[in-house]
Design a protein around this ligand. Sequence first.
Ligand SMILES: N[C@@H](CCC(=O)N[C@@H](CS)C(=O)NCC(=O)O)C(=O)O
Length: 238
Amino acid sequence: MLDTKPNFLHNIGFSSPTRHMQDLPILYSFRRCPYAMRARLALFSSGEPFELREIVLRNKPEPMLLASPKGTVPVLIDNTRVVDESLDIMLWALTKNDTDNWLPQDDSIEKDTAMLWINECDNEFKPKLDRYKYFDRHEKDQQTYREESLGFINKLNSALVTSPWLLGNSPTIADMAILPFIRQYANVDATWFENSEFSHVKRWLGEFLESEIFQRIMPKYPLWTEESLPLIVNECSS
Ligand SMILES: N[C@@H](CCC(=O)N[C@@H](CS)C(=O)NCC(=O)O)C(=O)O
Protein backbone atom coordinates (compact mmCIF):
# COMPACT_ATOMS: atom_id res chain seq x y z
CA MET A 1 0.00 0.00 0.00
CA LEU A 2 1.31 3.42 -0.88
CA ASP A 3 1.71 5.94 1.88
CA THR A 4 0.06 8.92 0.25
CA LYS A 5 0.16 11.15 3.32
CA PRO A 6 2.07 14.30 2.38
CA ASN A 7 4.87 14.57 4.90
CA PHE A 8 4.65 18.35 5.17
CA LEU A 9 1.22 18.05 6.79
CA HIS A 10 2.98 16.80 9.87
CA ASN A 11 4.98 19.96 9.98
CA ILE A 12 2.64 22.85 9.35
CA GLY A 13 3.40 25.57 11.79
CA PHE A 14 6.34 23.80 13.45
CA SER A 15 9.74 25.33 13.43
CA SER A 16 12.81 23.23 13.07
CA PRO A 17 14.73 22.38 16.21
CA THR A 18 18.00 22.84 14.35
CA ARG A 19 17.32 25.49 11.78
CA HIS A 20 15.16 28.60 11.89
CA MET A 21 12.23 28.55 9.50
CA GLN A 22 13.30 31.86 7.96
CA ASP A 23 16.55 30.19 6.87
CA LEU A 24 14.85 27.48 4.88
CA PRO A 25 14.88 27.63 1.10
CA ILE A 26 11.53 28.67 -0.39
CA LEU A 27 10.00 27.03 -3.45
CA TYR A 28 7.29 28.85 -5.39
CA SER A 29 5.40 26.14 -7.20
CA PHE A 30 2.26 25.44 -9.18
CA ARG A 31 0.96 21.93 -8.66
CA ARG A 32 0.11 21.01 -12.25
CA CYS A 33 3.11 22.64 -13.95
CA PRO A 34 5.46 19.93 -15.27
CA TYR A 35 8.49 22.13 -14.63
CA ALA A 36 7.41 22.63 -11.02
CA MET A 37 6.73 18.89 -10.72
CA ARG A 38 10.27 17.99 -11.72
CA ALA A 39 11.61 20.50 -9.19
CA ARG A 40 9.39 19.06 -6.45
CA LEU A 41 10.41 15.51 -7.38
CA ALA A 42 14.08 16.33 -6.84
CA LEU A 43 13.46 18.40 -3.70
CA PHE A 44 11.21 15.79 -2.07
CA SER A 45 13.66 13.04 -3.01
CA SER A 46 16.62 14.97 -1.61
CA GLY A 47 15.08 15.21 1.84
CA GLU A 48 16.32 18.81 2.09
CA PRO A 49 13.87 20.84 4.19
CA PHE A 50 12.18 23.71 2.35
CA GLU A 51 9.09 25.88 2.48
CA LEU A 52 6.61 25.19 -0.30
CA ARG A 53 4.54 28.13 -1.54
CA GLU A 54 1.76 27.08 -3.89
CA ILE A 55 0.72 29.84 -6.28
CA VAL A 56 -1.56 30.37 -9.27
CA LEU A 57 -0.09 31.72 -12.48
CA ARG A 58 -2.75 34.41 -12.91
CA ASN A 59 -1.88 35.96 -9.56
CA LYS A 60 1.83 35.65 -8.95
CA PRO A 61 2.94 36.86 -5.54
CA GLU A 62 5.02 40.01 -5.34
CA PRO A 63 7.94 38.40 -3.41
CA MET A 64 8.28 35.78 -6.14
CA LEU A 65 8.32 38.42 -8.90
CA LEU A 66 10.80 40.50 -6.95
CA ALA A 67 13.14 37.52 -6.75
CA SER A 68 12.56 36.39 -10.31
CA PRO A 69 10.99 39.03 -12.57
CA LYS A 70 10.63 36.59 -15.49
CA GLY A 71 7.57 35.27 -13.69
CA THR A 72 7.80 31.52 -14.32
CA VAL A 73 7.50 28.72 -11.79
CA PRO A 74 9.31 26.99 -10.23
CA VAL A 75 11.46 29.48 -8.32
CA LEU A 76 13.72 28.46 -5.48
CA ILE A 77 15.13 31.06 -3.12
CA ASP A 78 17.96 29.95 -0.89
CA ASN A 79 18.92 32.94 1.24
CA THR A 80 20.17 35.37 -1.41
CA ARG A 81 20.49 32.86 -4.24
CA VAL A 82 17.61 32.63 -6.72
CA VAL A 83 17.32 29.50 -8.85
CA ASP A 84 14.57 29.98 -11.40
CA GLU A 85 15.11 27.22 -13.94
CA SER A 86 13.56 23.86 -13.09
CA LEU A 87 16.56 21.79 -14.17
CA ASP A 88 18.86 23.95 -12.05
CA ILE A 89 16.57 23.38 -9.06
CA MET A 90 16.79 19.62 -9.63
CA LEU A 91 20.58 19.85 -9.76
CA TRP A 92 20.63 22.12 -6.69
CA ALA A 93 18.63 19.58 -4.69
CA LEU A 94 20.35 16.42 -5.91
CA THR A 95 23.81 17.89 -5.49
CA LYS A 96 22.95 18.52 -1.85
CA ASN A 97 21.55 15.06 -1.28
CA ASP A 98 20.92 12.41 -3.88
CA THR A 99 19.02 9.90 -1.76
CA ASP A 100 17.64 7.93 -4.68
CA ASN A 101 20.78 8.02 -6.85
CA TRP A 102 19.16 9.98 -9.64
CA LEU A 103 22.25 11.95 -10.57
CA PRO A 104 24.88 10.17 -12.68
CA GLN A 105 28.48 11.02 -11.88
CA ASP A 106 29.91 14.19 -13.37
CA ASP A 107 31.80 13.63 -16.61
CA SER A 108 30.16 10.23 -17.12
CA ILE A 109 28.51 9.14 -20.35
CA GLU A 110 25.30 8.63 -18.35
CA LYS A 111 25.28 12.27 -17.23
CA ASP A 112 25.78 13.46 -20.82
CA THR A 113 23.06 11.11 -22.02
CA ALA A 114 20.67 12.30 -19.32
CA MET A 115 21.27 15.94 -20.23
CA LEU A 116 20.79 15.20 -23.94
CA TRP A 117 17.42 13.60 -23.21
CA ILE A 118 16.32 16.54 -21.06
CA ASN A 119 17.54 19.04 -23.62
CA GLU A 120 15.55 17.35 -26.37
CA CYS A 121 12.47 17.25 -24.16
CA ASP A 122 12.66 20.91 -23.21
CA ASN A 123 13.74 22.41 -26.51
CA GLU A 124 12.17 20.20 -29.16
CA PHE A 125 9.37 18.16 -27.63
CA LYS A 126 7.81 20.75 -25.27
CA PRO A 127 6.94 23.28 -28.01
CA LYS A 128 5.29 20.43 -29.94
CA LEU A 129 3.41 19.30 -26.84
CA ASP A 130 2.12 22.86 -26.41
CA ARG A 131 0.87 23.01 -29.99
CA TYR A 132 -0.80 19.59 -29.59
CA LYS A 133 -2.43 20.59 -26.30
CA TYR A 134 -3.46 24.09 -27.39
CA PHE A 135 -4.02 23.29 -31.08
CA ASP A 136 -6.99 25.69 -31.22
CA ARG A 137 -4.56 28.61 -30.76
CA HIS A 138 -2.64 27.51 -33.86
CA GLU A 139 -3.29 26.96 -37.54
CA LYS A 140 -3.26 23.19 -37.97
CA ASP A 141 -5.51 20.51 -36.52
CA GLN A 142 -4.73 18.53 -33.39
CA GLN A 143 -3.87 15.30 -35.16
CA THR A 144 -1.23 17.05 -37.25
CA TYR A 145 0.39 18.47 -34.12
CA ARG A 146 0.25 15.05 -32.49
CA GLU A 147 2.01 13.53 -35.48
CA GLU A 148 4.69 16.20 -35.28
CA SER A 149 5.38 15.19 -31.67
CA LEU A 150 5.61 11.45 -32.28
CA GLY A 151 9.35 11.42 -33.05
CA PHE A 152 10.23 11.97 -29.40
CA ILE A 153 7.66 9.48 -28.12
CA ASN A 154 8.97 6.90 -30.56
CA LYS A 155 12.52 7.54 -29.44
CA LEU A 156 11.54 7.13 -25.79
CA ASN A 157 9.67 3.94 -26.61
CA SER A 158 12.71 2.45 -28.37
CA ALA A 159 15.00 3.35 -25.45
CA LEU A 160 12.57 1.75 -23.02
CA VAL A 161 12.50 -1.58 -24.88
CA THR A 162 15.84 -2.62 -23.46
CA SER A 163 15.63 -1.12 -19.96
CA PRO A 164 12.82 -0.15 -17.60
CA TRP A 165 14.12 3.41 -17.21
CA LEU A 166 15.87 5.65 -19.72
CA LEU A 167 19.39 4.99 -18.48
CA GLY A 168 19.03 1.50 -17.09
CA ASN A 169 17.42 -0.44 -14.29
CA SER A 170 16.62 2.45 -11.99
CA PRO A 171 15.22 5.95 -12.47
CA THR A 172 17.54 8.90 -12.94
CA ILE A 173 17.19 12.64 -13.39
CA ALA A 174 16.41 11.99 -17.07
CA ASP A 175 13.23 10.05 -16.24
CA MET A 176 12.20 12.43 -13.47
CA ALA A 177 12.71 15.55 -15.59
CA ILE A 178 10.82 14.18 -18.60
CA LEU A 179 7.97 12.13 -17.13
CA PRO A 180 5.88 15.14 -15.98
CA PHE A 181 5.74 16.22 -19.63
CA ILE A 182 4.80 12.73 -20.82
CA ARG A 183 2.03 12.71 -18.23
CA GLN A 184 0.73 15.94 -19.72
CA TYR A 185 1.08 14.54 -23.23
CA ALA A 186 -0.85 11.37 -22.32
CA ASN A 187 -3.65 13.44 -20.80
CA VAL A 188 -4.24 15.57 -23.92
CA ASP A 189 -6.12 12.65 -25.48
CA ALA A 190 -6.06 9.81 -22.96
CA THR A 191 -8.06 7.44 -25.16
CA TRP A 192 -5.68 7.87 -28.07
CA PHE A 193 -2.67 7.39 -25.78
CA GLU A 194 -4.14 4.27 -24.18
CA ASN A 195 -4.79 2.76 -27.60
CA SER A 196 -1.43 3.78 -29.03
CA GLU A 197 1.35 1.36 -29.88
CA PHE A 198 3.80 2.89 -27.38
CA SER A 199 3.59 0.08 -24.84
CA HIS A 200 6.95 0.82 -23.23
CA VAL A 201 6.18 4.50 -22.74
CA LYS A 202 2.81 3.52 -21.26
CA ARG A 203 4.45 1.09 -18.84
CA TRP A 204 7.12 3.68 -17.91
CA LEU A 205 4.52 6.39 -17.28
CA GLY A 206 2.30 3.95 -15.37
CA GLU A 207 5.11 3.04 -12.99
CA PHE A 208 5.88 6.69 -12.40
CA LEU A 209 2.26 7.59 -11.70
CA GLU A 210 2.02 4.79 -9.16
CA SER A 211 5.33 5.55 -7.50
CA GLU A 212 5.51 6.79 -3.95
CA ILE A 213 7.49 9.88 -4.92
CA PHE A 214 4.83 10.94 -7.42
CA GLN A 215 2.10 10.52 -4.79
CA ARG A 216 4.14 12.61 -2.39
CA ILE A 217 4.50 15.59 -4.72
CA MET A 218 0.89 15.75 -5.89
CA PRO A 219 -1.40 16.54 -2.96
CA LYS A 220 -3.49 19.68 -3.40
CA TYR A 221 -1.63 22.33 -1.47
CA PRO A 222 -3.41 25.35 -0.03
CA LEU A 223 -2.58 28.56 -1.91
CA TRP A 224 0.15 30.62 -0.30
CA THR A 225 -0.55 34.13 0.96
CA GLU A 226 1.59 36.45 3.05
CA GLU A 227 -0.56 35.39 6.03
CA SER A 228 -0.16 31.63 5.52
CA LEU A 229 1.54 29.40 8.02
CA PRO A 230 4.60 27.95 6.29
CA LEU A 231 4.22 24.52 4.69
CA ILE A 232 7.49 22.86 5.52
CA VAL A 233 8.51 19.84 3.47
CA ASN A 234 11.06 17.26 4.60
CA GLU A 235 11.27 18.65 8.10
CA CYS A 236 12.07 16.31 10.98
CA SER A 237 9.26 16.86 13.48
CA SER A 238 11.08 15.48 16.50
N1 LIG B 1 12.41 27.22 -18.42
C1 LIG B 1 11.55 27.35 -17.27
C2 LIG B 1 10.11 27.23 -17.75
C3 LIG B 1 9.10 27.30 -16.62
C4 LIG B 1 7.68 27.61 -17.15
O1 LIG B 1 7.49 28.01 -18.31
N2 LIG B 1 6.66 27.47 -16.27
C5 LIG B 1 5.34 27.87 -16.66
C6 LIG B 1 4.26 27.09 -15.95
S1 LIG B 1 4.23 25.39 -16.40
C7 LIG B 1 5.14 29.32 -16.24
O2 LIG B 1 5.46 29.68 -15.14
N3 LIG B 1 4.58 30.16 -17.12
C8 LIG B 1 4.32 31.54 -16.80
C9 LIG B 1 2.90 31.93 -16.97
O3 LIG B 1 2.11 31.14 -17.51
O4 LIG B 1 2.54 33.04 -16.55
C10 LIG B 1 11.92 26.27 -16.26
O5 LIG B 1 12.45 25.22 -16.65
O6 LIG B 1 11.73 26.47 -15.04
